[in-house]
Design a protein. Structure first.
Length: 230
């Protein structure tokens, strides 16, 4: 009888312990935890679609060019192709661009044919784990966590922080300033992939002080083909 009682009491204790384990809420992630997981998740991405838009002025791309919208695909380790809505004097044109290894190509705004640019040092690939967005995330400072939000139907953590303008300038091949930019970042709550980054402030000396960039990423790890123009 006593043995049965001990078994019964032990079963109750085990049930209570199990209930406590299952009902305990998961530990809340800190902003640094989220940004670290976001960096690690991006390191595993092999391709993505991107769109970069600006409000409050045109953004510098490369040396001597400005654009309001840039959209295309990027493939690790060294391929990128897209279109920029750019300006030449008073004309607004769609300018195709492509980077394959150390080779850079643009479309002639008049003939629309691809032309290879003179040999130069290319900017780091956006998905480069050591010099691209994964590394940039690790250098965001003054991180704060805001209310969660949804980006294109994906539940995301919303963080704010400070980002050195020189880091962004290096990714777009523009001469950077010493500014520190205000940044908002949305990182997927389940997969920790970066869905959107908003940066406020100029990265180049010829940009207006109120410029704001919005970078969105999507179509992760889809099969794409970026080949040199024929």
């Amino acid at each position: 009888m006593q043995a049965s009682r001990r078994v019964f009491i032990g079963a109750l204790a085990l049930a209570g312990l199990s209930a406590g384990c299952f009902s305990r809420a998961p530990a809340e992630l800190s902003p640094s935890d989220i940004i670290g997981k976001g960096s690690d998740a991006l390191k595993a991405v092999t391709s993505a679609h991107f769109k970069l838009t600006s409000t409050g002025g045109m953004m510098a791309i490369g040396t001597g060019l400005a654009a309001r919208t840039i959209e295309g695909d990027v493939e690790r380790p060294d391929r990128l192709k897209g279109t920029a809505v750019s300006t030449f004097g008073k004309l607004t044109v769609d300018l195709g661009f492509m980077i394959i290894g150390s080779h850079e190509y643009v479309t002639n705004p008049i003939t629309k044919k691809w032309e290879e640019l003179p040999s130069s040092t290319t900017s780091p690939n956006l998905l480069d784990p050591d010099h691209g967005a994964p590394a940039l995330l690790k250098q965001v400072t003054n991180l704060k966590k805001l209310a969660d939000a949804s980006i294109d139907g994906v539940d995301c953590y919303h963080l704010t922080g400070k980002i050195a303008a020189s880091l962004i300038a290096g990714l777009v091949g523009a001469p950077g300033t010493a500014n520190t930019l205000d940044g908002d970042l949305w990182i997927g709550a389940k997969d920790f992939l970066v869905r959107q980054i908003v940066l406020t402030g100029p990265i180049a000396t010829n940009e207006p002080p109120g410029i704001q960039r919005t970078l969105t990423l999507s179509n992760f790890n889809e099969s794409i083909s970026i080949e040199p123009p024929s």
